[in-house]
Design a binder for this molecule. Structure first.
Ligand SMILES: Cc1cc2nc3c(=O)[nH]c(=O)nc-3n(C[C@H](O)[C@H](O)[C@H](O)COP(=O)(O)OP(=O)(O)OC[C@H]3O[C@@H](n4cnc5c(N)ncnc54)[C@H](O)[C@@H]3O)c2cc1C
Length: 450
């Protein structure tokens, strides 16, 4: 039996691992060469962790499983009748893969709710490219401010706007303030990094809506203590070169905030391939592009095609790593049972809780009735993340880096790129974007938090 898995994120990785060493031919196709530990992306973006500490080559991960082949390529088309899939190599050429069972675990991407031009000014936070991009923008903003005289222009570079008050927005906002008040505090001569303003915007009444109200309250207090300025009950209705426009949900005039660095964590949507296969298979999908699945996570009318993880649209399954991992293990178990002549079982998601990092020694953990915040929440958060990081080497080096960071307040992975001098088409920094004219803004949009 040939099992083709699209995506080496949490869902695809756990499915392939469970099928390793069995009597099936597994091919794991991913448009990136490594498994990315998304929950720690913001620590990479803000210079605490390196790229290698939050990602692991899939080839290395499966080196000892002879029945698992990993391939670099982007799935672009599916031919369900002949059970074939077309993939694109990074050089734009294509190749075809055959399957008996297809597992779609391609995840979500950042959503700008139809206002794609926002992306030009406000990078999202889903990939390694995003993390490096954010790192470049945040650290360069401080550098540019250092060369400017006091005044509104400098203030604009020292103002950071974050759209979205879910875990990612909270983590990013907290990290930027922490970086400004600790890591960078004594490194500049002209500016005071601790004067950097971090503005967090969200349409809800409070941050971290998915957590219990008392934990949300604690997070609010911690963020305010750190110096993050919270703007709740507002929509970000425009993003441009100079900053953001905000519309209060309750009505009233729009407000403008000058911020030369805007980061977007306000929503997610299915990756383009998922939308394409939903169309080809005639499968239902929701507003965000999650594909409707049967009890066993297969697509109606296509028992050989499973959809797992963030893309699985059923029973309000949450977009969290645990759902993807359990989905991957479930599909592997369905395949193994079928090989043994046994029927498939329905998928049952077990909620093992959620966690969010706010700042050094402060995090939240919620598992059923257990709610922990502050230092103990932070310890529990660290334990959970270390336990799930891929690869023993990554776990060891991450723990060592965290301990050094905590002891010395340093961030040793601050390197960022600004274009090479020898290549005429590569511009110095991101000013090439400034030449692009953003599309006119449209009506306010509703958002879910990513
Ligand atoms: C910044 C951030 C922080 C998060 N923090 C937490 C947290 O603290 N706790 C938690 O539980 N969850 C967290 N999440 C959510 C969690 O990471 C996701 O729920 C989980 O990654 C979903 O797993 P998945 O396998 O469905 O997709 P993903 O892990 O997103 O993997 C999808 C894979 O598919 C690949 N791919 C996409 N399109 C194609 C294509 N066309 N062809 C080939 N490959 C393709 C991608 O390269 C990727 O490797 C966070 C997410 C983000 C972005």
């Amino acid at each position: 039996m040939r099992v083709l898995i699209i995506g080496g994120g949490f869902g695809g990785l756990f499915c392939a691992r469970r099928l390793g060493g069995t009597d099936v031919d597994v091919t794991l196709l991913d448009r990136a060469a490594g498994h990315l530990f998304q929950p720690l992306l913001y620590q990479c973006a803000t210079g605490t962790l390196s790229l290698g500490q939050i990602s692991r080559p899939l080839r290395e991960e499966f080196a000892r499983h002879r029945n698992v082949t990993t391939l670099l390529g982007e799935a672009i088309d599916i031919h369900p009748q002949s059970r074939q899939l077309t993939a694109r190599r990074p050089d734009e050429t294509t190749f075809t893969l055959d399957y008996d069972v297809l597992v779609v675990a391609a995840g979500m991407q950042q959503s700008y709710f139809g206002k794609e031009h926002f992306a030009q000014w406000a990078p999202g936070m889903k990939t390694l490219d995003d993390a490096l991009h954010i790192r470049q923008r945040v650290f360069t903003a401080f550098e540019i401010a250092e060369t400017l005289p006091p005044g509104p222009e400098r203030d604009g570079w020292l103002t950071f706007a974050v759209a979205g008050g879910g875990p990612t927005g909270v983590e990013l906002a907290g990290q930027i303030r922490e970086m400004a008040t600790r890591t960078l505090a004594h490194e500049f001569h002209s500016i005071e990094p601790k004067d950097a303003r971090v503005l967090l915007f969200d349409g809800g009444e409070r941050v971290l809506k998915a957590f219990a109200p008392e934990l949300g309250e604690k997070a609010t207090k911690s963020l305010q203590k750190l110096g993050v300025e919270l703007h709740m009950g507002v929509h970000v209705t425009d993003v441009g070169r100079e900053g953001v426009t905000i519309s209060p949900k309750a009505g009233g005039p729009d407000e403008q905030y000058t911020a030369r660095t805007v980061l977007w964590t306000a929503g997610v949507e299915a990756v383009p391939f998922a939308r394409h296969i939903a169309k080809v298979l005639g499968a239902e999908s929701d507003r965000s592009g999650r594909i409707a699945v049967e009890k066993d996570l297969s697509v109606a009318g296509y028992p050989e095609i499973f959809v797992i993880g963030d893309l699985a649209g059923r029973d309000n399954l949450p977009g969290v790593a645990e759902n993807a991992m359990q989905g991957g293990l479930h599909v592997a178990s369905c395949i193994r049972r079928e090989l043994a002549g046994k029927p498939r079982r329905p998928f049952r998601y077990r909620d093992l809780g959620s966690a969010a990092y706010i700042a050094r020694r402060q995090a939240l953990l919620q598992v059923g009735p257990i709610k922990v915040a502050g230092f103990f929440g932070w310890l529990a958060w660290g334990f959970v993340h270390i336990a799930f990081l891929t690869g023993v080497r990554n776990r060891f080096s991450t723990v060592t880096t965290w301990m050094t960071t905590i002891a010395r307040e340093s961030r040793s992975h601050r390197a960022f790129m600004l274009g090479a001098t020898g290549l005429p088409d590569q511009h110095y920094t991101w000013t090439v974007w400034d030449a692009l004219t953003p599309a006119p803004s449209e009506a306010p949009v509703d958002r879910d938090d990513g």
